[in-house]
Design a protein around this ligand. Structure first.
Ligand code: NAP
Length: 505
């Protein structure tokens, strides 16, 4: 395989440690695990502690201790630390992006986008340090002052997936910190390196010891004890719907707050009046960007039957032009999938699709020409029925399904006819149709004439139905996740005043 690794791309460090109470420490058991390059699995990216409950306990204790001071640290001053972290992130963007491509597999342009999202979120949250608006309202009584403020929750547990190895940890860490919480982060075992880098940068920016702690290890050994810990006030989770359900159940007995961002089965609708070349560009980016491993990936293309054949043929031609390979090589458009079991699951779904009677139009196999890693050809199924498993279940790979429909109403019905509700897009030039779709599509994100991917950090991010539990990451809604409302009344009348009872007349 031809690796285009520039000198100085990687730090040379190969052993990494947990970060607990401001110290870099191994797992108490001494156990470790390896993070591998999915484009070339013999390339070991790093060795990380395989932590357990005892490490989680130490991290939560450190976070609890640090909380006493951090909650009193003025929010604008917290913001100054984040602004500094944002500056360091800008300086290291290229190096971080290259490390991300090596560890996670997404092509370099997309890795740069992931790091840019971290930068955007860091500055956005930093600015909230001088806003974090509450309400000041008139009291119904004289000489009484009434207002609401945001209060931090305490120690928060953050559990993140591998597909946005730095952006998603930042989407949780930055709002949590600006609100005055202390954090224990458990990143996915497939991509620990970029969380490590983020925490290093926060330390360098001057974050006090114990305010952020990171514990590496599996969901079972680290995630479970974190969810069960009585001193953790909230679990903010992003990952699959199955594990999210488990998180919800585990946190229910203690009434721990839970914020869940879970799976998707997103659709692009292409109407008969759409700009078809634009729509095809959108499908290629939406379905095969990040090798289809975005929660917002377009794994269904609902196409009006009068343009169905044209869309299918254009897609088939364009898919053939997508070059697979190691994402550091500049001509590569699609990288590997994250690991061998993900590849096997995707290939199983391709078999399921064939078995269900869908027509395989492009791809459909592992690509060994692209390298020794976990490469799956961009795959297109045609004549898919909306009830088929490949049109209902999250495949999380470079596979998309063309579903022909006869009308706008049917398109909306098919788009909504799934258990998930994350992101939907419609291509049309008809403004009435576009606005009707925006009203009727049952998903947290909707796009007109743009693909299902492309969210920005200053708007709420999340989904309906089995994608979420009503919370939203990003935007000011992230502050709602990481803070508690407190209503404050100050009576300066010097006498007993009884709300709802005393008559002022
Ligand atoms: P996952 O398997 O659910 O894992 C997510 C995180 O949960 C990882 O850190 C994992 O740790 C941990 N975990 C696993 N089992 C656990 C348990 N029993 N208790 C506590 N934590 C546990 O998901 P993934 O494969 O990493 O990510 C892909 C999924 O995330 C897809 O379904 C995708 O749609 C979803 N996603 C959703 C959004 C969104 O905003 N809606 C964004 C991105 C991704 P280990 O892997 O280390 O064991």
């Amino acid at each position: 395989m031809n690796f285009e690794i520039k000198p100085g791309s990687f730090s040379g460090q190969s052993k990494f440690l947990n970060y607990i109470g401001g110290q870099w420490v191994p797992a108490k058991s001494g156990k470790t695990f390896e993070s591998l390059n999915p484009a070339e699995p013999s390339d070991v990216v790093g060795v990380f502690p395989a932590s357990g409950p005892e490490d989680v306990n130490a991290a939560v204790a450190a976070a609890k201790k640090a909380y006493e001071n951090w909650r009193l640290y003025p929010a604008p001053k917290r913001g100054e630390i984040l602004f500094k972290a944002g500056q360091i992130l800008i300086e290291r963007k290229e190096q971080l992006s290259r490390e991300m491509t090596r560890e996670m597999g997404k092509v370099l342009a997309e890795a740069r986008g992931d790091v840019q999202e971290v930068i955007d979120m860091t500055f956005y949250a930093a600015g909230e340090g001088r806003r974090m608006f509450g309400q000041t309202v008139p009291s119904e009584l004289q000489n009484k002052f009434a207002m609401s403020v945001r209060a931090p929750l305490g120690v928060v547990g953050l559990i993140t997936p591998w597909n946005f190895p730095m952006a998603i940890p930042s989407w949780k860490l930055m709002p949590a910190l600006i609100c005055g919480n202390t954090c224990v982060l458990k990143p996915a075992s497939d991509t620990p390196l970029l969380s490590h880098r983020l925490v290093e940068i926060l330390e360098e920016a001057g974050l006090p010891k114990g305010v952020v702690n990171v514990v590496y290890g599996s969901g079972r050994e680290v995630g479970e004890p974190l969810m069960a810990h009585p001193d953790v006030s909230l679990i903010s989770f992003t990952g699959s719907t199955d594990i999210g359900r488990r998180v919800n159940e585990a946190c229910a007995p203690s009434f721990k707050r839970v914020s869940l961002e879970m799976g998707g089965k997103n659709a692009i609708v292409i109407m008969d009046d759409a700009n078809l070349d634009l729509a095809v560009d959108g499908v290629l980016w939406g379905a095969f960007g990040t090798s289809g491993q975005r929660c917002t990936a377009a794994s269904r293309v609902i196409v009006h039957k009068s343009v169905h054949a044209q869309v299918r043929d254009k897609l088939k031609n364009r898919i053939g032009e997508l070059k697979l390979g190691y994402g550091l090589n500049s001509d590569v458009k699609v990288g590997p999938v994250i690991n061998e079991s993900a590849m096997k699951k995707i290939l199983e779904y391709i078999e399921i699709g064939k078995g269900e009677g869908a027509d395989l139009i492009a791809g459909g196999a592992r690509d060994t020409q692209a390298g020794a890693g976990w490469f799956v050809q961009p795959t297109l199924f045609d004549n898919v029925k909306s009830t088929m498993r490949i049109a209902q279940e999250e495949i999380f790979g470079p596979v998309t399904a063309l579903i022909p429909v006869g009308s706008f109403e049917e398109a909306i019905q098919v788009a909504n006819g799934i258990q998930f509700g994350l992101s939907t897009a419609i291509y049309t030039k008809n403004v009435n149709q576009a606005f009707t779709a925006l009203r009727d599509l049952d998903s947290g994100l909707c796009y007109v004439n743009a693909p299902t991917i492309g969210a920005e950090v200053h708007l709420p991010f999340g989904g309906t139905k089995d994608t979420g539990n009503g919370h939203r990451d990003a935007g000011t809604t992230a502050l709602d996740v990481f803070s508690e409302w407190k209503s404050l009344y100050v009576d300066y009348s010097d006498k007993l005043q009884r709300a709802q009872i005393d008559d002022l007349s």
